[in-house]
Design a protein around this ligand. Sequence first.
Ligand SMILES: NC(=O)c1ccc[n+]([C@@H]2O[C@H](COP(=O)([O-])OP(=O)(O)OC[C@H]3O[C@@H](n4cnc5c(N)ncnc54)[C@H](O)[C@@H]3O)[C@@H](O)[C@H]2O)c1
Length: 519
Amino acid sequence: MSDSTLTRNINIQSNGDNNLRREVSRSESFSISPGETFHHRPSWGESGSARLRRTTTGAFPKQLKPFKEQDIKILLLENVNQTGKDILSQQGYQVESLKSSLPEDQLIEKIRYNSHHSSSPQRTLTLTFFFLRDVNVLGIRSKTKLTARVLAEAKNLIVVGCFCIGTNQVDLKYAASHGICVFNSPFSNSRSVAELIIGEIITLARQLGDRSSEMHAGTWNKVSTKCWEIRGKTLGIIGYGHIGSQLSVLAEAMGMSVIYYDVVNLMSMGMARQVPSLEALLSGADFVTCHVPELPETVNMIGKEQLKQMRTGSYLLNASRGSVVDISALIDAMRSGKIAGAALDVYPSEPGGNGDYFNNDLNPWAEDLRSLKNIILTPHIGGSTEEAQSAIGVEVAEALVRYVNEGVTTGAVNMPEVSLRSLTMDEPNHARVVFIHQNVPGVLRRVNEILGDHNVDKQMTDSKGDTAYLMADISDVKERQIATLYKDLEGLKGMSVSLKYLDMFTDAGTERIITRILY
Ligand SMILES: NC(=O)c1ccc[n+]([C@@H]2O[C@H](COP(=O)([O-])OP(=O)(O)OC[C@H]3O[C@@H](n4cnc5c(N)ncnc54)[C@H](O)[C@@H]3O)[C@@H](O)[C@H]2O)c1
């Protein structure tokens, strides 16, 4: 008996009744009668039932399952939040979660020979043979490096979930070129950052940091000079995106006037007012706070000249990216009394872990900065709250489920965003084809030649860089036809090699087409 047959048989034992029928029907011989349909009701745990909401057409959405990946294996590293683990487990996926990150070599071993530690005898039986298979889904946070070398070893990997904001720990280009979709959670911590800024505005206005440090050193220093209420003061927000606009609402509720500057014309929240230039913002605000992304045009956006344009005795806050403020210029402006206080959460260089690292070796001005009065220095904690971590767990896990079950790439960072409305229970013989391919001429024609024997109900394709993503819902597919469809689409793999000879495609070595069929 081959390994794959063994795995299939053992899966049958390990699954419930509903799945038993499904696994049998998927044996390679496809012995089901031609007239048999593969209509199935959602049976994938609690969140499956939660999805039994009617679509806008009044029909119940049909929960799809992948044709090829029979048992989805998920490896979560770096102690991903419980909310995310729960959503994935409730789908019936096999989830293994590790508390820490793994260095490159260990990660490769883990991906190759992922072994689960379960006390369930059925689970143990299933997994005896699973070491031969790679994981399908990888969940990481910021410390795990997914280099091309690691990704190359993860042969069955279809999707990576970064349970964090940044994705620079993943070789996104390599991942896209190998059909591995990457998701993150860019906005789950917006509220946490906005609340931190509100707290800091009051802290700076009342010099709370200094008073507290003095008391810790045993000094009673009751002063009111240059301590202010924030009511009636003007907050200037640079970058009115997710964080900036949340902050706008909170600041107005505290009695502040809000002005903002953004490169895009944006609808104001409440009574906030967009100003036409950065200079107008700097000269019109008592507190200036930065919430722009790191871009070439935002590097040192607040430098010597901009600090001069600020009001004397005003305050500067930055919880966006460390490169946005020229910190040497800020130190000078604070020493001269031009700037009365500052709060920095982000720095040009930040250490990889916790410890005594905030010194001149890390950033040449660190010790000068530490010596200033009325400056709040925090270690990039703007988004570090329990609520944000929990929201990240939900957001990323749901994106992974949507991708695995439905092929939807909405929110992906390295793939075009492609989505089709859910198939419904009224469409029992429909299947969804996902075809990720190199963005070269002629592919769609060849795909459609293959799909042409069926009725293509809806189709969407888009590309991002060299990678293109096609999703099509086809009707009247017999279960036994799915294997043929899959084989025919996979057979398009050689296409770009021939194009290579026409000099239309230069790097056939990185070519990879992934076909997925969900039904
Ligand atoms: N400190 C933390 O822990 C933490 C947490 C989350 C986000 N952040 C950072 O905060 C920043 C803002 O995050 P967000 O979620 O609000 O982003 P966002 O994309 O929702 O908003 C950014 C806004 O900046 C505007 N913008 C871009 N370039 C600009 C320019 N040159 N001048 C003026 N406006 C410009 C954009 O139009 C957009 O409205 C990002 O840098 C993000 O990385 C930090």
